[in-house]
Ligand binder design. Structure first.
Ligand SMILES: Cc1cc2nc3c(=O)[nH]c(=O)nc-3n(C[C@H](O)[C@H](O)[C@H](O)COP(=O)(O)O)c2cc1C
Length: 332
């Protein structure tokens, strides 16, 4: 109520990235206050519905999707809002500024966001340092933490696999599992890494530096049919523990550049991809369903389609920080 009548109208007065920066400043501050975080979690009242997956225990199946907390600044705050896990990143080996602004846009009438961020992040070393400091101060949240890795924009094609492995090697000690992002539409050429050959290579090289921690691959919603089957076969054969479906739908930003659309327009496609993947990989793989989840019924539909876990990002922008807790209560 307070979010939709007061906070959201205020945030929506600013452009989308300014609002995001303000929210990150708030969550960063919150994550330094463990007592307040514990109080908030108690107030949020997420329903405990443990999920065993990837050799880990998730207090509930609702996670924060990649891209919200790109530098690992506020994991404890995400726990406070009721999430069951968080995916930090996407982080690249070297820090980079990302694309020129404006690069994040709201589409309130369709419950969507359009972004062309371009992996803006402070780099793997900086994230590792932030997470190390949090752990030292007792601020590591009591739920699984995933870290998403990607490549720098200026890295030549032939060094792509080295980039993924380099980022993974630096952040792996601070993660419970790693995710490989080959599906952002905002880094030129990234989606062409979804061929079986590239996927096998990336999974093999990342698994080699993660000391046995599970590795998942995040795919684009446009990957479908035989191509999706081949991608799933390749990542599982190479040693991945599962897949995340999906990243954003390719589109054109209001500024005319390529971008990705998230939120409600993605919901059905993402669910269909999860169902196809589940049919292909059987029960062996962990599937995380992501795209357009903003209430308990869309969350349930994604779980029914075959997801072990779910994630959201855009729903949080429209429905507020306690959405994950509300969803868990609706899933009872
Ligand atoms: C502004 C923005 C930035 C994003 N950045 C990333 C990213 O860095 N890494 C990633 O794997 N996904 C990223 N995503 C995609 C989300 O993780 C998610 O796959 C997508 O938004 C669909 O979920 P949703 O409909 O719940 O938002 C981003 C999404 C948005 C809206």
């Amino acid at each position: 109520m307070i979010y939709s009548s007061l906070v959201r109208p205020l945030l929506f007065q600013c452009d989308a990235e300014t609002a995001h920066t303000a929210v990150m400043a708030g969550t960063r501050l919150l994550s330094r206050l463990p007592v307040v975080c514990r109080l908030l979690r108690a107030m949020a009242r997420p329903h405990t519905r443990p999920v065993q997956a990837l050799g880990l225990t998730f207090p509930n199946p609702v996670g924060l999707a990649g891209g919200m907390d790109k530098n690992g600044e506020a994991p404890l705050a995400w726990w406070a809002f009721g999430f069951g896990f968080v995916e930090l990143g996407t982080v690249t080996p070297k820090g980079q500024a990302g694309n020129d602004k404006p690069r994040m846009f709201r589409e309130p009438r369709s419950g969507a966001l359009v972004n062309r961020m371009g992996f803006n992040n402070h780099g793997a070393e900086s994230m590792a340092k932030a997470l190390e400091t949090q752990a030292r101060r007792g601020l590591r949240p009591p739920f699984p933490v995933a870290i998403s890795v990607g490549k720098n924009k200026l890295t030549p094609d032939e060094q792509t696999a080295e980039d993924y492995a380099a980022a993974a090697a630096v952040v792996a000690p601070h993660a419970d599992f790693l995710t490989i992002n080959v599906s952002s539409p905002n880094t030129p050429g990234l989606r062409k890494l979804q061929t079986p050959e590239w996927l096998a290579r990336l999974v093999t090289e990342v698994c080699a530096v993660t000391s046995g921690k599970p590795v998942l691959v995040k795919v684009a919603p446009e990957l479908d049919g035989p191509k999706l089957d081949a991608a799933a076969d390749a990542v599982m054969t190479a040693g991945a523990a599962g897949l995340i479906a999906t990243n954003t739908l390719g589109c054109i930003a209001p500024t005319g550049e390529p971008a990705g659309r998230s939120g409600l327009p993605l919901r059905e496609t993402a669910r269909e991809r999860v169902a196809s993947l589940r049919r292909r990989v059987g029960d062996t793989a962990t599937l995380i369903g992501c795209g357009g989840i903003d209430d308990a019924s869309s969350a349930k539909a994604m779980l029914d389609a075959g997801a072990n876990l779910i994630q959201l990002y855009t729903g949080l922008v429209y429905q507020g920080p306690f959405l994950p807790a509300r969803i868990t209560r609706g899933l009872r």
